[in-house]
Design a protein around this ligand. Structure first.
Ligand SMILES: [Zn+2]
Ligand SMILES: [Zn+2]
Length: 333
């Protein structure tokens, strides 16, 4: 059975007809399967939610009782039958709990990957490629200009800068879910074992990661720290805070930001970023193209981001490809 006949786009997002559920719906629906905890994918107020345990924990922390009427956890690799569809969640390598949603109906196999990356991340399970007929891919960094360098090189540049300026503090803009914890874990791997100073808005998800078994080392709140004590230290803050009044309390801060968008010089400049760190939780161009050509899929559906370039690329490789034109997803970084 052709995938178009049983999975279609609706105003609320992708809908799987024989299963009676939406995938990462952008508005409240009776039944949702959620790929990961980022707020544009995991919205509150659904009647029933199926996701990994870790994703449900993130949603509960964010939304409390409004996380969904009935929450059902699926382990990675567990096979569930929903209506006339076999559903399996498989690691996507994006953030803690993130999953590709593997759907099988009458001999046709569709993988909705949510957001993903292919490189190693110490804070979450690695992407597991799944053979399929149709692969639904994101395209956040779907242009050849986006090639993310190895993350340990970016962390080494940061630590080099820290050693050059012992009287300044380094403040890094990080997205609260995923990027924050990954940068922390990478710093620990690079041997930085001093407390990491954090903006209060990051504390909840750091604690949640720790409680879910991801060790991130000692942290200390910026609030209450002496200005002088922050010299030579590393501070993590949400991107909105780094160029804000909030950062004026920091001693002569070197403003850094960890994002795939830091590849674009104008973006860094516009945000007042002195030290751009190209660290992304989304696949870069090489990861996207290797993934879509490596799964044996005949058809590629492309969503949020730079759809056109990836659709074109797939065509040059003899794959059928089309943009899904779903709305309501952010670029997250
Ligand atoms: Zn995401
Ligand atoms: Zn996304």
């Amino acid at each position: 059975m052709k995938a178009e006949s049983w999975i279609r786009t609706t105003p609320a997002g992708l809908y799987c007809e024989p299963g009676g559920f939406h995938i990462d719906p952008t508005r409240a629906v009776p039944r949702a399967v959620i790929s990961h905890g980022h707020a544009d994918h995991a919205r509150p107020g659904h009647g029933a939610v199926l996701a990994t345990d870790d994703t449900l924990a993130i949603m509960r922390q964010r939304y409390g009782d409004n996380a969904g009427g009935e929450l059902q956890a699926a382990a990675y690799g567990e096979l569930l039958n929903i209506g006339d569809v076999a559903v399996t969640l498989v690691p996507a390598g994006h953030v803690l709990g993130s999953a590709q949603i593997v759907l099988e109906h009458r001999g046709s196999r569709v993988v909705v990957s949510g957001d993903y990356k292919r490189r190693r991340d110490p804070t979450c399970a690695a992407f597991e490629p799944q053979p399929c007929d149709v692969f639904v891919t994101e395209a956040t960094f779907g242009l050849p200009v986006f090639r993310h360098p190895p993350d340990h090189e970016e962390i080494a540049r940061l630590l080099h800068s820290v050693s050059l300026y012992p009287d300044r503090c380094h403040v890094i803009g990080v997205y609260a879910l995923g990027k924050c914890q990954r940068v922390m874990a990478l710093l620990r791997e690079a041997g930085w074992d001093a407390p990491l100073y954090i903006h209060g808005a990051l504390a909840g998800l750091i604690e949640l990661y720790e409680s879910l078994g991801v060790a991130l080392g000692p942290v200390a709140p910026v609030a209450g720290a002496e200005r002088d004590a922050l010299k030579g230290q590393i501070v993590l803050a949400p991107p909105s805070a780094i160029a804000d009044r909030w950062s004026r309390r920091l001693p002569d801060p070197v403003v850094a930001m960890a994002s795939g968008w830091m590849r674009v010089k104008q973006r860094a400049k516009a945000r007042g970023v002195e030290l751009p760190l190209v660290i992304s939780d989304h696949a870069d161009w090489d990861e996207l193209t290797e993934t879509i050509t490596g799964l044996g899929a005949e058809e590629i559906w492309v969503t949020h981001g730079n759809e056109e370039a990836l659709v074109h690329y797939a065509g040059t490789k003899g794959l059928r490809a089309r943009p899904l034109d779903l709305v309501g997803y952010d670029d997250e970084e």
